[in-house]
Design a protein around this ligand. Structure first.
Ligand SMILES: Cc1cc2nc3c(=O)[nH]c(=O)nc-3n(C[C@H](O)[C@H](O)[C@H](O)COP(=O)(O)O)c2cc1C
Length: 152
């Protein structure tokens, strides 16, 4: 069985390209060592991360990530066993998303403010699934694009 954790958090200070590149390099290196895979979405100062791996290893990593000063208000939206890993192709895929894109994933109007999009996910777990599915579909249809190539 694979354990999956999906959380959102607020960047402590807005991330520049270099900051994101450093973070992704660190995440991919750490994940390769621990057999963890997943995807990181960054939109308007908010992170959404999907992590998959062996339960104990992943919970220990999550505890470390939650203490990272680069973000705050770390909120686990969903966690538990999944029948099979869905993001096993990516040590940590990256999507720099637009607010409109995330709204579309949630079938909400493109004008919905980003904090509201994430509040909706916190209230309704089925929305978290919708987003995870959409992230996977973006990555799967864009294998030659930025998500699977260089970090940004
Ligand atoms: C938004 C965010 C996502 C992160 N994702 C990962 C990750 O997927 N894997 C990882 O090893 N570290 C990740 N990190 C970095 C960890 O918080 C931590 O800095 C890193 O694991 C190095 O810790 P260590 O030197 O104690 O091993 C992330 C940090 C942030 C802020």
């Amino acid at each position: 069985m694979t354990y999956q954790i999906i959380y959102s958090s607020d960047a402590s200070i807005p991330m520049q390209s270099d900051d994101l590149e450093d973070l992704l390099e660190q995440a991919r290196e750490g994940n390769a060592r621990r057999g963890i895979t997943g995807a990181l979405v960054y939109v308007d100062g908010i992170f959404l991360q999907i992590l998959e791996g062996e339960a104990a290893t992943l919970k220990a990593l999550m505890a470390r990530i939650a203490r990272d000063l680069r973000h705050e208000a770390v909120t686990v939206l969903q966690e538990g066993e999944v029948p099979s890993p869905r993001f096993s192709d990516w040590k940590m895929a990256y999507i720099g998303a637009t607010p409109e894109q995330v709204a579309e994933w949630l079938c909400l109007p493109g004008t919905t403010p980003v904090p509201e999009l994430f509040d909706g996910m916190r209230r309704d777990a089925s929305r978290v699934d919708d987003v995870a599915r959409s992230v996977l579909s973006v990555l799967s249809t864009d294998r030659s694009g930025p998500a699977s190539g260089p970090p940004l």
